[in-house]
Design a protein around this ligand. Structure first.
Ligand code: ADP
Ligand code: ZN
Ligand code: ZN
Length: 715
């Protein structure tokens, strides 16, 4: 007798078919089993799905094809994992097959059964070897005495359910709390697994080293595995198998790790939970932070979100329970090291009173020189890479526009190119204005490359007093290093550049926000934001939140070593020194900043007091892109399914996206808002069908693609 099984596959061409496909099998297979199935001429990886989950696309039973094979040796994915995938697909309005298959390591799709068998054999050998290293408490590294605040946070964690928001200053020892809770859990429960998420790949090596150092000696080197997009497909499969089989006790990764198969998951940690990179911006646009909280509940795991500047959403959720809060707030306001490692003094430089057009105000420059003289490090950041954002002809007003995008190409001096940061189009800088022939075209504004050049010029006469030699009788010149996406393109470059900073081979570090986040620099005593004002007046309502957290993070890079002399400083060059955001920054006062922002959001009915989704569309013309959205929104009014929902929904008009054209594709968007998450969800689910149908109408002609973004981060 043969069984009919619903099976999820990823078939972009059939993506309207949200549910599983039906196949025949001689054996009954548990939901979660991995199989290979034929589809057309191809053979695809599939997951046997729960029969009750969604009506499978049942074709004529006589024509049903049998599954090709079962991936033997891989245990079925757990019901909790299946539920996570179902939820994510539903919430973010994608097909379940797409989400499920994207959550599995890409190599699993490609290798055949024989290759897989070899892999599993190798894997089993490694796993048993690492278990041989077994639990031996005497292997433990000397553990440090926890601070009173750490102890208190851990006690609360142990005795309460959570979810937890660990609100701890930069350098308050949050990582130590993560290590401690994980250590506790793993010692108590010999099968338990923990997941630790970090926002950026370039922060994983540092954290991985800390976790490896702590857990390697206890549970063997295979106990901690990484998961991020910088790994090779083979490495990713290896980590995935280790997590799935339970051999890996700790999975450390970026947002994709939230979908890792971990049958014994008991703890989830989301470090720097406010970071925008937890939100995916392609495929299913999920928030790994939000899914982490959901997943914890499914798996019966505890979850900690940690940050010095929590997202306003999480902060709002952690208000007192009496006011409706759902998260427990754990507080660690003080830095490790007491007064000597106090948070830096924030100094605002009023640029209205500085020499016109100066980039480094005289007092900031003097302060940097002073640090150099003392043998300490400074860090200057500016959120724009390249030499200058625009090249300009003063005769005819030509600007270096990208021919394919509604954006300027950025001037990169190092290879004398004009490069578009949106579509990648690059050309040599013209010798003269391409419009009028004027040879005198000049850069406007500045990026990190120009900032570095300018700073080198300003510090040319400065000598490092403690580096006197025969060649340099008055000391060597100042060593400036720039770190941004341009200097770190090659694998390993970022690590080696950071190593130079850590080793003290750099006096002034210049870079983008890449250097402002997370790194544990020990010798930096001055951090400067060269020009942060633009975010104060951005049309994006989240811009102040992001600026505040970036500046707090940046300030957190200063004075991490209590052993260094004197007070560390954070400098902000601004034309609006009295702005409340900077006032709050000066006091390192996140709660006040958050309260003000939340009040504004509440008055304006913005998230977290309302719920949003965006539908984005792309076409060759703006008219088509907008026309599609307009038609799809007009189509809902007469449909009875929408009648009960529409009173709770605001559909805004279609508008061009802020960067309207990229690579010759016109982009438009439509905002949907509701005070009720449920109403918004129901509306979107119904609207999906309308959007698909509209695409088949004349209004959909010429449309390239459309996608829904639930809880968008940028509008
Ligand atoms: P955060 O993650 O909050 O920025 P970290 O956990 O990185 O802070 O801690 C900052 C520094 O303080 C690290 O070098 C860490 O090793 C050290 N540290 C943390 N907790 C303690 C402690 N209880 N005693 C001594 N040093 C500690
Ligand atoms: Zn010109
Ligand atoms: Zn372009």
């Amino acid at each position: 007798m043969s069984h009919l099984l619903p099976i999820l596959v990823h078939t972009p061409a059939h993506s309207q078919l949200a549910g599983p496909l039906t196949y025949r099998s001689e054996l009954p297979l548990t939901a979660g089993t991995l199989v290979r199935v034929p589809l057309g001429q191809r053979e695809l990886l599939g997951v046997v799905w729960r029969a009750d989950a969604a009506p499978a696309n049942t074709l004529d039973p006589g024509k049903l094809r049998p599954i090709s094979s079962v991936l033997d040796g891989i245990e079925p994915l757990t019901p909790a994992w299946q539920q996570l995938v179902s939820f994510a697909a539903q919430y973010y309005q994608r097909s379940t097959g797409e989400v499920a298959l994207a959550a599995l390591p890409p190599q699993l799709r490609e290798i055949n059964t024989a290759q897989l068998a070899r892999r599993l054999k190798k894997h089993a050998k490694v796993a048993s070897a690492s278990q041989g290293g077994g639990l031996d408490p005497s292997n433990a590294t000397v553990s440090i005495a926890l601070s009173a605040e750490q102890t208190c946070a851990i006690d609360q964690f142990d005795t309460q359910e959570g979810p937890f928001l660990l609100f701890g200053a930069t350098g308050s020892g949050k990582t130590e709390v993560y290590l401690h809770t994980a250590e506790h859990l793993l010692a108590r429960d010999p099968a338990a697994q923990a997941m630790v998420m970090v926002p950026e790949i370039n922060l994983t090596p540092q954290l991985e080293a800390r976790f490896q150092a702590r857990f390697g000696p206890l549970y063997g080197d295979g106990a901690v595995v990484a998961m991020h997009s910088g790994m090779t497909p083979a490495q990713r499969l290896k980590s995935w198998l280790a997590a799935h089989s339970g051999a890996a006790r700790i999975v450390l990764g970026t947002r994709m790790a939230v979908f890792a198969s971990m049958p014994q998951l008991k703890l989830i940690i989301v470090d720097e939970e406010h970071d925008p990179s937890y939100k995916s911006h392609e495929g299913a646009r999920y928030s790994a932070r939000d899914l982490a909280v959901y997943r914890a509940r499914l798996d019966g795991a505890k979850v900690i979100l940690g940050s010095a500047t929590p997202s306003l959403e999480s902060w709002h959720h952690s208000r007192p329970a009496a006011e409706g809060g759902r998260y427990e707030r754990l507080l660690m306001p003080s830095r490790i090291g007491g007064d000597a490692a106090a948070l830096p003094l924030v100094r605002r430089v009023d640029m209205n009173h500085q020499p016109k057009k100066c980039v480094f105000s005289p007092p900031l420059l003097a302060a940097i020189e002073q640090r150099v003289a003392r043998g300490e490090q400074s860090m200057v950041f500016l959120n724009r890479r390249g030499y200058a954002p625009v090249l300009h002809c003063s005769d005819c007003d030509w600007k270096s526009e990208c021919p394919h995008c509604s954006a300027y190409r950025v001037f990169h001096k190092i290879d004398r190119t004009l490069r578009c940061h949106h579509c990648g189009f690059a050309q040599q800088v013209p010798r003269a204005c391409p419009a009028c022939g004027n040879p005198d075209i000049a850069p406007i504004g500045r990026g990190t490359e120009r900032l570095e050049e300018h700073l080198a010029e300003l510090l040319r006469h400065v000598r490092r007093p403690n580096s006197v030699s025969e060649q340099w009788p008055e000391g060597e010149p100042v060593r400036i290093l720039r770190i941004d996406a341009d200097t770190t393109k090659l694998k390993g470059e970022l690590e080696s550049q950071l190593a130079r900073v850590h080793a003290g081979d750099v006096d002034v570090l210049v870079g983008t926000q890449m250097i402002a986040k997370g790194h544990d620099f020990r010798r930096i005593t001055l951090v400067a934001a060269a020009s942060p004002d633009s975010a104060l007046f951005s049309s994006d309502f989240r811009a102040p939140e992001r600026l505040f957290s970036l500046l707090m993070q940046a300030a957190g890079r200063a004075g991490r070593d209590a052993g260094l002399s004197g007070q560390s400083e954070m400098w902000v060059q601004t034309f609006h020194p009295k702005h409340p955001l900077f006032e709050a920054l000066k006091r390192h006062d996140y709660p006040t900043f958050a309260q003000t922002q939340l009040k504004e959001r509440e008055q304006a009915a913005m998230p977290p007091f309302s719920f949003q989704a965006l539908v984005r569309s792309e076409a060759r013309t703006q008219e088509v892109a907008q026309g599609f959205l307009t038609a799809a929104s007009a189509a809902v009014a007469p449909l009875p399914a929408f009648a009960p929902l529409l009173p709770h929904i605001t559909l805004y008009p279609a508008v061009p996206m802020s960067i309207q054209r990229v690579a010759n594709v016109e982009r438009a968007q439509m905002l949907i808002e509701s005070p009720s998450r449920t109403a918004l969800q129901r509306f979107l689910t119904e609207w999906q069908a309308v959007l698909h149908a509209t695409r088949q109408q004349p209004e959909g002609k010429g449309l390239i693609r459309w996608a829904i973004d639930v809880d968008p981060l940028a509008i």
